[in-house]
Design a protein around this ligand. Structure first.
Ligand code: KG4
Ligand code: ZN
Length: 343
């Protein structure tokens, strides 16, 4: 089975062709091409939706052609055309979905509307065996969710952030320190350079609460207060490290509780870390330690599969097509908000 996937939900335009051979468990990327718009949005301090749509529209056709050429696959050899249909910025979702619908219509193949979050999570199963059910922490720029994944289309939300998404908190703290978007990788680099053992006063909201929810806006506000109160800029690496340590503690504490609980209740034997923030090496390390302690398999995609990409969209479509050959109707309307529980 060969699927072409398109991802245009935010600020990356990405196209991929993924193949899964019959009787093979895993998938193989024949070609993936991504154009990041980060430089275009930089001067505005965040993603500008109108600008993002224009860029997707300008580059998508070029990327599809390039991906087809590099994969060595002809258009009529592709079995289905998939696109991110939500959640995300509506303009981009319409552009990507319409392109995939047009290809499906002209080749008489199915169009598959994929949920972006489902893509982030399922892509872990493209390169290794991960049995359902498993526990997943999805940490991206727009979402922080702890999920019980029972099947390719059966997700149970067991905890989430009550305010900022974790990626958003990284971005905002980096911005407070004068850095541009995306802030996550910058905070990670700064934290690595921290030399002095200084403890700033950062709260760990909800850490002792009896649920699996998170809260990051208070940590961000406390960081802002430290920066505004005659902060010594020479300590910015130490502050970045304190922030990264603090949010990681909150993640580990709640996930440790959830692993203990769902190991007994649902017999899960794997924990998956997914989404853009999962590319953070420090956070990955802490989760490796946690899962080793809890005797549970830890799985995280390679770094380029953690951030937004079209491979995950094509792969999620393959997982679905294996069970259900039917595509979505061409009238399928993209959904800027689309909960995983409502697939
Ligand atoms: O999944 P993603 O590429 O896009 C969304 O679906 O949101 O995630 C982007 C987010 C951004 O907030 C970015 O700052 C964060 O992931 N991020 C990181 C790192 N790399 C990306 N956060 C912390 N450490 C990183 N190394
Ligand atoms: Zn994403």
């Amino acid at each position: 089975m060969i699927v072409l996937g398109i991802e245009t939900s935010c600020d990356e335009t990405s196209v991929a062709i993924v193949r899964k051979k019959k009787r093979f468990l895993l998938g193989e990327v024949l070609s993936e091409n991504t154009l990041s718009q980060i430089k275009k949005h930089k001067k505005f301090g965040g993603v500008v939706p109108e600008l993002a749509s224009r860029e997707h529209s300008n580059t998508l056709n070029y990327l599809v052609k390039k991906t087809l050429k590099k994969s060595g696959v002809f258009l009529d050899e592709i079995d289905a055309f998939a696109a991110t249909a939500g959640p995300g910025l509506l303009g981009g979702l319409i552009i990507g979905s319409n392109y995939a619908k047009t290809l499906a219509l002209t080749t008489k193949k199915p169009f598959i509307a994929i949920n972006h979050l489902q893509g982030h999570i399922l892509v872990t199963r493209m390169k290794r065996k991960v049995k359902f059910p498993f526990l997943c922490l999805l940490v991206s720029g727009g979402h922080t969710q702890l999920l019980l994944v029972k099947d390719y289309n059966d997700f149970k939300l067991i905890g989430e952030t009550l305010d900022d998404a974790l990626g958003e908190a990284f971005d905002k703290v980096a911005k407070l320190m004068g850095y541009s978007y995306p802030g996550g990788p910058i905070i990670e680099k700064l934290a690595l350079k921290a030399k002095k053992k200084i403890k700033f006063n950062l709260p760990e909201p909800l850490i002792k609460s009896d649920n699996f929810n998170f809260s990051f806006s208070g940590i961000k506000t406390a960081t802002r207060k430290i920066i505004n109160d005659s902060f010594d800029k020479r300590l910015k690496c130490e502050l970045a490290k304190n922030f990264q340590d603090c949010v990681t503690n909150c993640l580990i504490e709640k996930c440790s509780k959830a692993i203990k609980f769902y190991k007994k209740k649902e017999k899960i034997d794997s924990f998956v870390l997914a989404g853009g923030v999962a590319s953070n090496k420090f956070i990955r390390e802490k989760f490796i330690n946690l899962c080793t302690k809890e005797l549970i398999q830890f799985i995280v995609p390679e770094q380029d599969l953690c951030v937004d990409n079209a491979t995950m969209i094509a792969w999620a479509a393959i997982e679905r097509l294996q069970i259900n050959k039917k595509g979505d109707i061409l009238d399928f309307e993209p959904k800027p908000r689309w909960a995983l529980e409502k697939l």
